[in-house]
Ligand binder design. Sequence first.
Ligand code: ADP
Ligand code: MG
Length: 328
Amino acid sequence: MDADEPLLRVRDLRVTLRTPRGPADALRGVSFALHRGETVGLIGESGSGKSLTGLALIGLLPEEAQVAGSMRFAGRELVGLAEPEWCRLRGDRIAMVFQEPMTALNPLHPVGRQIGESLRLHKGLDARAARAEALRLLERVRMPRAARRLDAWPHQLSGGQRQRVLVAIALACKPDLLIADEPTTALDATLQREVLQLIATLVREDRLALLLISHDLGLMGENVQRSMVMYGGTVVESGPTADVFRRLAHPYTRGLFAARPRIGLPRGTRLPTIPGRVPELADLPAGCPFADRCDRVTDACRAAPPPPVPVAGDSGHVARCIHLDTFA
Ligand code: ADP
Ligand code: MG
């Protein structure tokens, strides 16, 4: 493998799903690279394709989904991988922290055993060694009274503690890539911050690559080096987080920031929101996916999907909008 080759390179990833209204393109040419030790955020409203991107990367798309394009991971093509090979990778080299700790954990097994399971499966540890390692992992995710929690059932833990267990499971085999899909939405604001900071710290210590999926711009700004803004199944803007958050080059990114709730506003202040809503897959326009909600739209926007245009400098900040220069 080339030394400069990123850990993950996604090229023109396309996913077609079956819907009640016929086959629909849910991902429409997603491309990005992720290096070891790099943290990248995927931002966007609900329905923009963030979770599908994560699921594609861990081989958990709906069975009937059609996948095209390329996902090269550690020198290996993931598109078209057979299920037994996915099983070897999943939980071992690529791990995921899901949004809903109550459904992601098995209610019938103590959490220590659930943490040890992938160590037994992927690393061949016996029950005793797996239990010892599970304890170490619970301590690492700062579980209070970790030794006693090994034999606890999920329902005996608080939401924050369950989320810590999921992080422990994801990190158990020291994966190369961690995907965290809205890992904190079930938690209150203080716990959200704590769990995300924990994930960020552990990712840094293990030099993992992190793909963090969230619609919370504040949490994103604090936790990832690069950001990708997703809409209508494509990445409409991406670059170093500081640049993306400062420039807000794409009209959709601007709308997202204007619509975010802020602390300190007088009660009852009306938030400017993006008019319209995320279209259903079958209703996405052929050109720019944001065309129907954009106040700068022209006929040319609807003709073809806009190519990525460099925003400023050579930091890799790009946006898919043909009117960028008119906003400066
Ligand atoms: P996000 O995570 O950004 O909220 P998703 O990736 O979950 O969005 O979904 C993107 C689009 O794909 C949405 O329009 C959603 O309704 C659709 N979708 C997701 N999963 C399925 C599925 N299993 N079958 C049909 N459509 C789906
Ligand atoms: Mg989602």
